[in-house]
Design a protein around this ligand. Sequence first.
Ligand SMILES: *[C@@H]1O[C@H](CO)[C@@H](O)[C@H](O)[C@H]1NC(C)=O
Ligand SMILES: *[C@@H]1O[C@H](CO)[C@@H](O)[C@H](O)[C@H]1NC(C)=O
Length: 349
Amino acid sequence: MSIPQSSSCLRYFVVFLIQGLIAFLLFAYYKYSNNHSIVPAYSNAEPSNKPASNLIILLWTWPFGDAFPLNSCQKPFDNPQCFFTADRKYYNTANAVVLHHRDVCTSKQQIPQTPRPEGQYWVWFNLESPIHSPNLHFMDNAINLTMSYRSDSDIFTPYGWIEPNEDGDHFAIPPKSELVAWAVSNWNPHSRRVRLYEELKNHIQVDVFGNGHLPLARQDTLAILSKYKFYLAFENSIHKDYITEKLWANALMSGSVPIVLGPPRENYERFIPANSFIHVDDFPSAKELASYMHELDKNDTKYKQYFNWRTKFKPISKLDWSIQYCKACIALHRAPPYRSMPSLVAWYK
Ligand SMILES: *[C@@H]1O[C@H](CO)[C@@H](O)[C@H](O)[C@H]1NC(C)=O
Ligand SMILES: *[C@@H]1O[C@H](CO)[C@@H](O)[C@H](O)[C@H]1NC(C)=O
């Protein structure tokens, strides 16, 4: 086939394209060879195709069956040098296998049955509280590293944390038109949190959202809750370090003052400033807690003191699965050559 007459222009265009491509490849090579952040995209290629420094991390299950993009770790958990996969054919070559407790706890057959390759870590991952974590003994003499909201886990994966507030991140208290909000999905009339609510509502107006109460669509949650001066961040059960998105997302991210029910005040103060929240245990009764909230409602100076910490810090609440696994990658690179957690039962209480 002959080249058409009008092709000199086309030829220039092709040369231009090729030059552009070369420039791009050089740029990409330069960029990746300088910051070492190359992370292979998910592929079915054999493990031997990957850079040698990458650890292979196998997700034994997707957490709660929830698939998400792998190999896309974001700052500051980027540069992780791991290859993540949910494909069990990597079992024999994986450096670590992450077992998400709630997906493997209904029978012992759900944890890997084939012999464990030499040097492979089994990582136990769980964000549920102990009372919602059945059959911990299935993990006896199987686990090497723990990954949970407990700060003494090998891989600490809290529901949220505090970061320095960089210049320019000026926090403004959202406009407030409402008083107290509470979003609750699991209504157990005998639970401490429901009993406390029943008493509180005799002394202060509490708007309840969730199943059978006021509607709260996911995309509107922050906008609605931010109108409230206070948010009842009541945990479903009380355990060391068990401080969930009720505090981090619903209260702190929305800019309302958390009224917390959970582990003792000192436990909260390990993670958030003492003047950023109100602890129910600080009051002898619901009546006194309510009257303190009324006092803050009337005195803006006093109310605003609960936001002073925000000039230095800001809350981060990322329930993103990918961040948790990216943290595991970083921790695995530093893991000791031998580590074991013979029994979770005594530790996870
Ligand atoms: C409001 O609170 C501030 C700070 O605690 C206090 O100094 C002030 O006296 C209070 N104002 C009133 C009217 O109670
Ligand atoms: C992981 O724990 C198991 C069970 O305790 C142990 O046999 C294995 O050697 C450990 N592996 C590593 C890499 O620590």
